[in-house]
Design a protein around this ligand. Structure first.
Ligand SMILES: Cc1cc2nc3c(=O)[nH]c(=O)nc-3n(C[C@H](O)[C@H](O)[C@H](O)COP(=O)(O)OP(=O)(O)OC[C@H]3O[C@@H](n4cnc5c(N)ncnc54)[C@H](O)[C@@H]3O)c2cc1C
Length: 308
């Protein structure tokens, strides 16, 4: 696998930095390299623009190619049709009906690594539109992540939120809303911040103090003051934000749900339709961004192929 990745130009195929591909240009070149490498194997054929429309338990597949129906049969089939987000890439999740009809259990596709909606005040929306909060800590329940988030007119997203998104989503689904806490100064203790508040000069405005003494950006100060809140050390350390809805599934970076592991062998072969394998985001797993999803796709594909 490492050799294959090196040959097509994937520098890291699991990364803590999230930089799976170094640059956009390199990613495009990588796909070309990948395609060329695959085509160099005898017996490999690539059929572009073929859309899988149906299949039956005898493993007869029907593809649509420019309006033409093409039937293909195979002894072994590995499906890697993706999840149900970013439909413009072709991963529309329509396969769930096709697979369910075969009697193979699939759990509902739901957004994961997604943004959430917040009912910001008009003042906040007009003033900030979109901005980053860097080097912060987000806590939801007993889980907490240190990273950054982006505040937008509709709500909040970004790596810290994505990492907690399945828990936040589940809480919203059961309770209609949930609350996260943002620590805007994770490197300073509450006592240290209280001491700085005590040392604030009486003539200094609160926003000047927050900017100079605590090095907070205007958007962080706006968040502290949102909905008439007064600035305090506890508000800096524990700025609560109520989240109401997930953003639409199509905007999510990935989807949870998919073909249940319980109906598959440990090589991801269907117990109901032997010879039919599922890999990648079609499977019912969830992972944070940062390379873990791609790693899951590579690993499950590798494992399925070990069966042959
Ligand atoms: C914006 C964005 C950023 C991401 N960033 C990261 C990241 O930093 N790290 C990480 O690990 N992951 C990331 N991911 C997720 C990662 O890209 C996916 O998890 C991974 O690509 C899933 O691979 P897959 O092969 O299962 O499916 P996909 O890559 O979705 O491929 C499925 C393919 O099947 C095709 N298809 C679907 N239905 C049919 C049909 N009926 N007939 C024919 N073809 C069909 C689709 O057109 C598509 O080409 C990101 C995703 C997005 C959208």
């Amino acid at each position: 696998m490492r050799d294959f990745c090196a040959r097509v130009g994937v520098e890291t195929f699991i990364g803590t930095s999230g930089r799976v591909f170094p640059k956009k240009l390199k990613a495009a070149q990588m796909l070309i390299n990948w395609q060329e490498l695959l085509q160099s194997y005898s017996g490999f054929s690539l059929f572009k623009k073929h859309s899988l429309k149906s299949m039956n338990s005898d493993k007869k597949l029907h593809f649509d190619f420019e309006g033409e129906d093409i039937e293909v049969s195979a002894e072994n089939i590995i499906l890697a049709l993706g999840g149900g987000s970013w439909k413009k890439t072709g991963s529309d999740g329509k396969w769930t009906d096709m697979i369910t009809k075969l009697g193979i259990e699939v759990s509902e596709l739901r957004p994961m690594n997604c943004g959430f909606e917040v009912n910001w005040s008009d003042f906040f929306k007009n003033k900030f539109e979109r901005g980053h909060l860097k080097n912060i800590r987000i806590t939801h329940g007993d889980r907490s992540v240190r990273a950054e988030v982006m505040l937008t007119t509709y709500g909040i997203e970004g790596s810290a939120i994505y990492a907690l998104s399945n828990f936040i989503r589940d809480d919203i689904e059961s309770s209609g809303k949930t609350v996260i806490s943002i620590d805007l100064k994770p490197d300073l203790s509450i006592e240290e911040i209280e001491n700085r508040f005590k040392a604030k000069k009486s003539k200094e405005s609160m926003s000047t103090f927050l900017k100079k003494s605590l090095k907070l950006d205007p958007i962080a100060i706006g968040l502290i003051n949102e909905n008439g809140h007064k600035a305090s050390a506890s508000r800096v350390k524990n700025c609560e934000v109520e989240l109401r809805n997930c953003r639409p599934i199509d905007e999510a970076i990935s989807t949870s749900g998919g073909v249940l592991f319980s109906v598959l062998s440990d090589h991801f072969e269907s117990k109901k339709v032997p010879g039919l394998f599922f890999v990648g985001e079609m499977l019912d797993f969830e992972a944070p961004t940062g390379g873990y999803l791609l790693q899951g796709c590579f690993c499950t594909a590798h494992r399925a192929c070990q069966n042959f």
